[in-house]
Ligand binder design. Structure first.
Ligand SMILES: Nc1ncnc2c1ncn2[C@@H]1O[C@H](COP(=O)(O)OP(=O)(O)O)[C@@H](O)[C@H]1O
Ligand SMILES: [Mg+2]
Length: 260
């Protein structure tokens, strides 16, 4: 199996704060990787370096054998890496279908900024892709609802469906279930993960809930204080004494807080 992402010894400092250090990770194509760690452990910093929202202070990142270290995020998106943020990035006053068509129109436009801005959202390619995406993410019945009126879980699905427009090969999800109740989380992740499997997309997802990670990840990276302290299949990571001491206690506390 070939490797889609090769991260070599990256580091990120913000003044005196070392947000990430000595991180080396090789991800084979089609793997689903869960990322765990307490608040402030460096998970988002890691994601941001891969997507070009932050430039590593040192080290290198290769995607499909191309060096993408320090490239601007718009170039990285064009190469085939997409992401979602912790808070859904949808246009609140537009309908689900309009949001999806805009995402498809932008993603399908490989040309100039002007072309991207003025490309009609009813261009045939965008319409077909938008309809297929709403079906795949099981939100077609909300197509005419304004995004602002959607239940939180549906808004998350729309956000991720939009991130998948343009057929990225690698997708990074930063806490896709944040703000979702325990009862809804599994259902949401089932829909997301089966959609991404259908599209054969390699996934890195940040998640606080260990049960979700255990259920959906092939492999888990455990972050602590800016570095990866365990990298193995979920069972092995969750049983790792270092992870239990340094992360599991704080994870439970965090999950408890989020549900309070
Ligand atoms: N833009 C920034 N400026 C300064 N410090 C930052 C910045 N972004 C993150 N940090 C710090 O880097 C560390 C890791 O943060 P982050 O990657 O957001 O953690 P996580 O996503 O695991 O909660 C934290 O100590 C955080 O305060
Ligand atoms: Mg974060």
């Amino acid at each position: 199996m070939s490797d889609i992402l090769v991260v070599r010894d990256i580091e990120k400092t913000f003044g005196a704060v070392v947000a990430a250090r000595d991180i080396s990770v090789v991800v084979p194509v089609h793997q689903t990787v869960g990322i765990i760690g307490a608040n402030g452990a460096g998970k988002t910093t890691f994601v941001n370096m891969i997507t070009g929202h932050l430039t590593p202070s040192k080290g290198s990142i290769h995607f499909e054998n191309k060096d993408i270290t320090g490239l601007p995020s718009r170039d990285i998106v064009r190469l085939g890496i997409s992401r979602s943020f912790q808070v859904a990035q949808v246009f609140p006053t537009m309908t689900v279908l309009e949001n999806m068509r805009i995402a498809s129109a932008i993603a399908n436009s490989r040309d100039s900024i002007l072309d991207r801005l003025f490309r009609p959202i009813d261009a045939p390619g965008a319409v077909v892709e938008a309809d297929a995406a709403l079906d795949l993410f099981q939100i077609a019945r909300y197509r005419h609802a304004k995004a602002v009126t959607l239940p939180q879980g549906v808004r998350k699905l729309l956000d991720i469906a939009m991130a998948v427009a343009g057929s990225p090969r690698l997708l990074l999800l930063d806490e896709p279930t944040s703000g979702i109740s325990i009862e809804e989380k599994f259902g949401l992740m089932e829909v997301v993960m089966s959609a991404l499997k259908t599209r054969r997309i390699t996934v890195l997802f940040v998640e606080h809930d260990m049960e979700i990670v255990g259920r959906f990840a092939d492999r888990v990276l455990a972050f602590y204080d800016g570095t990866v302290i365990a990298d193995a299949p979920p069972k092995a990571v969750l049983a790792d004494p270092k992870v239990q001491t340094l992360i599991s206690g704080t994870q439970r506390a965090h999950v408890g807080q989020a549900d309070a």
